[in-house]
Design a protein around this ligand. Structure first.
Ligand SMILES: NC(=O)c1ccc[n+]([C@@H]2O[C@H](COP(=O)([O-])OP(=O)(O)OC[C@H]3O[C@@H](n4cnc5c(N)ncnc54)[C@H](O)[C@@H]3O)[C@@H](O)[C@H]2O)c1
Length: 410
């Protein structure tokens, strides 16, 4: 039997999933809802073009949940609509409508711990299976590197002690990402959710739960390095609209976090992660490293194995056809073919389809999503207090970062 999936949201992220769905068997994309009907129809058309399903568009989330041809929801709306989106799903189910088996939600699960717990508990009450969508854990280079390094290096010389991860680009594509109040923070919330989980995952023995590698202390740092400079604040406002005013309400465009973990054997392991919206290179750069006593691995998504060169005589439109968040169209340019596969979307979606069909155990549930939000909020707390904090610090579940309140001054 195939799992029929409906998408909430028809933006950038949904399009990545739909393209990657060509590598997912036992499933079809049968629905799309977003408030922008034209964009929803475009996403449904993309699903048909990709031959991954005859997706219908719906007038409401409730209508899509109630449809007998939708078995699971992929929740890919903006962060500030998570709670209302989940409420509508849960209310529809509580009225006895629909036959949903599961719900998968994009990162971050929510904007703060209180919201994350709220939606996790609402969904638990109606008995849905959950999946937390963190594509980077499923990136083929991360999967292969972790597997081989643990099987050969760690098995014979001891477990790894240091993991590094970074995600960097020149800034997000839509205005809501830039607004602390809507998104829940700046780059720490938006991208550290990936990197903080990648380091913990790499340090965790394959097949063991993430909880075996326990966070003990967190040191966070945030800064606005580029986008609150007057010339760039002006440029940003012109591109994203008057709501995005980094001269008055910036969000951080740089974040770093150091997480001290305790391994199951009582040893120290360190996760070091950095993320930024102030990186200008060819485009999005994902990287990861894992180091142990006699081995190491490194991955850099821009070392893709394919480079093109365009002389200064080649002139054309700016685009994202070579790499996500592309910054140039001339010179030596790396290309990442099938980015949806390289970033892990295809493997991730295949996994969660099989989870909701009852064929695999979930690698990540909404409990893991809550854990990630706890880690991020501790990093914000640490950055605000300018000191490292034990994990979990007191009052974490009620904490809202100054960036998310719109009161951070950079
Ligand atoms: N895994 C990744 O690497 C990755 C990459 C990008 C985005 N994301 C996450 O995916 C989610 C969507 O991001 P995006 O880049 O597609 O954003 P986007 O702005 O490109 O698209 C957002 C979509 O949500 C729709 N929307 C607007 N109001 C809504 C509402 N009230 N309820 C539901 N949907 C609504 C919009 O019409 C649009 O289709 C975010 O949570 C983001 O953090 C993850």
């Amino acid at each position: 039997m195939a799992l029929r999936v409906g998408f909430i949201g028809s933006g950038f992220n949904t399009r990545f999933h739909i393209q990657g769905w060509r590598g997912v068997r036992e499933s079809a994309v049968t629905g799309v809802w977003s408030p922008n009907h034209v964009r929803a129809a475009e996403a449904a058309t993309l699903a048909k073009q990709m031959d991954v399903g005859f997706a219908k568009t719906f007038r409401s989330i409730g209508e899509m949940v109630a449809d007998p041809e939708v078995d699971a929801i992929w929740l890919c709306g903006p962060n500030h609509t998570r709670v209302e989106n989940v409420e509508e799903i849960v209310h529809t189910i509580a009225k006895g409508r629909g036959t949903l088996k599961g719900i998968a939600c994009e990162k971050p699960l929510a904007r703060n711990v209180a919201e994350a717990i709220k939606i996790r508990d609402m969904v638990k009450k109606v008995g849905l299976k959950t999946g937390y969508l963190e594509n980077q854990l499923f990136a083929p280079h991360v999967e292969a590197g972790k597997k081989l390094l643990w099987a050969r290096g760690a098995a014979t010389t001891g477990r790894p002690y240091l993991a590094r991860a970074a995600e960097e680009h020149s800034g997000p594509h839509a205005p809501w990402f830039w607004q602390g109040r809507q998104q829940g923070g700046g780059v720490l919330n938006d991208m550290m959710c990936h990197s903080a989980l990648v380091v913990r995952y790499l340090l965790t023995e394959p097949g063991q739960p993430l909880s075996t590698v326990k966070p003990k202390r967190v040191t966070g740092h945030i800064a606005s390095l580029k986008w609150s400079r007057p010339a760039y604040a002006k440029k940003l406002k012109a591109a994203m609209g008057s709501e995005v005013d980094y001269s008055k309400a910036p969000a951080e465009d740089f974040a770093s976090v150091m997480i001290e973990f305790e391994t199951p054997t009582g040893e120290l392991a360190i996760g070091e992660a950095t993320t930024s919206w102030s990186y200008v290179g060819a485009g999005l750069r994902l990287s990861a490293e894992l180091l142990g006593p006699e081995y190491s691995m490194k991955w850099n998504s821009l070392d893709s194995g394919l480079q093109l060169f365009f002389s200064r005589e080649v002139k054309g439109k700016a685009g994202e056809d070579l790499v996500e968040k592309q910054n140039a169209e001339q010179g030596v340019m790396p290309v990442i073919p099938e980015e949806y596969g390289a970033y892990g979307y295809t493997n991730e979606d295949r996994h969660f389809v099989r989870v909701f069909l009852g064929k695999e155990k979930p690698l990540l549930t909404w409990d893991d999503g809550v854990d990630v939000v706890r880690m991020l909020m501790t990093a914000y707390m640490s950055a605000e207090q300018r000191k490292s904090l034990p994990f979990p610090p007191p009052k974490l579940d009620k904490f809202v970062p100054a960036v998310a309140k719109g009161t951070w001054k950079g």
